[in-house]
Design a protein around this ligand. Structure first.
Ligand code: NAP
Length: 294
């Protein structure tokens, strides 16, 4: 078997087109322009690229997009004051504070200050709790991207065995909750799991979010399974070059899986557009306008 490739870029483009239409409609019918504020502290080059792409995508959709860049020496009090001001700004519906933050600023303090209604990364305890309660409005972006890809690729997930490797707050835990809500039978694996290869072979849906290049081997894949690779690892490609690989040994896994996400161009391609989806959802909720099905 050679797996069909789940094209994250294609699905992201389709979602972007729908969001563009909805943004135009909300403006025309309600005078509502979704607003996204990004906050970057310090000069980490990778974070600068991420934030720039987020602002560019927001502007391309017709959102209001504002960016605040604080120096690496900014104090926690300064960052919290900015977050409070953005909480109070009615033209801002989504606030994204780019992580990681310099060590003098506690991420927890930032998340505890952020208005959960504007928490478009869905990292606050309130949004994590709402997801657990089956009442989430804002869902962590990469897990949401995974669900969109799975539903559009295999349809109903009911009764399928889903394995999530990795239990981070950012991905693994919300991903498992979403799969459970879709009536999959969910197993979570982590660094203390015994006989991971055998656990993997039981999974109809296998999601890897570990952060170890090509850790999951092809013979761990149940024939006909769907493989979602969340890992993004930069490795040496020889001749002084580097390349990105996932947590799954792609070529091996593709020989046994029915569907597989590539790295790059798989689930990672969905993250920014799901952030925009959250911003539009937050805008409609804050404005008291019906949230469209997107
Ligand atoms: P993380 O916080 O780095 O945690 C890694 C997880 O993997 C932990 O739960 C850890 O288990 C587990 N793990 C480590 N070694 C393992 C092993 N040998 N066997 C089984 N499990 C093991 O996770 P993350 O933030 O979710 O990131 C994971 C990867 O996904 C990274 O490559 C990251 O870049 C990528 N990622 C991509 C996106 C995107 O595409 N936009 C978004 C999020 C993450 P313990 O809990 O037991 O330590």
């Amino acid at each position: 078997m050679t797996a069909s490739i789940i094209d994250g870029k294609l699905h992201a483009a389709q979602l972007k087109a729908r969001l563009g239409e909805e943004t135009a409609r909300l403006k025309a019918e309600h005078g509502l322009v979704p607003g996204l504020a990004t906050v970057l502290v310090g000069d980490d080059p990778a974070s600068e690229v991420y934030v720039r792409n987020k602002n560019k995508t927001a502007e391309g959709l017709g959102f209001k997009s504002v960016h605040y860049h604080l120096p690496a020496t900014a104090s926690e009090a300064e960052v919290l004051a900015l977050v409070r001001a953005l909480n109070d700004d009615a033209s801002v519906h989504g606030i994204l504070v780019q992580m990681p933050l310099p060590k003098q600023i506690r991420e927890q303090a930032v998340l505890d200050t952020l208005d959960p209604a504007k928490d478009v990364d869905a990292l606050t305890p309130v949004n994590a709790g709402l997801l657990l309660s089956g009442r989430a409005r804002l869902v962590s972006c990469t897990p949401m991207g995974m669900m969109i890809l799975l539903k559009q690729t295999i349809g109903k997930l009911e009764g399928l065995n889903a394995l999530v490797i990795g239990r981070s707050l950012l991905f693994g835990k919300p991903a498992a909750q979403l799969l459970l809500a879709a009536n999959a039978t969910v197993t979570m694996a982590h660094s203390r799991t015994r006989d991971l290869p055998e656990v993997c072979r039981q999974a109809d849906i296998r999601v890897a979010a570990i952060g170890k290049p090509e850790f999951v081997r092809g013979d761990w894949v149940k024939p006909g399974a769907t493989v979602i690779d969340v890992g993004i690892n930069r490795v040496d490609a020889g001749e002084g070059k580097t390349k990105l690989v996932g947590d799954v040994a792609y070529a091996e896994a593709a020989m046994r899986a029915a569907h597989i996400t590539p790295v790059p161009g798989g689930v990672g391609a969905m993250t920014i557009i799901c952030l925009m989806r959250n911003t539009l959802i937050a805008a409609t909720a804050l404005a008291g306008v019906a949230t469209p099905e997107i």
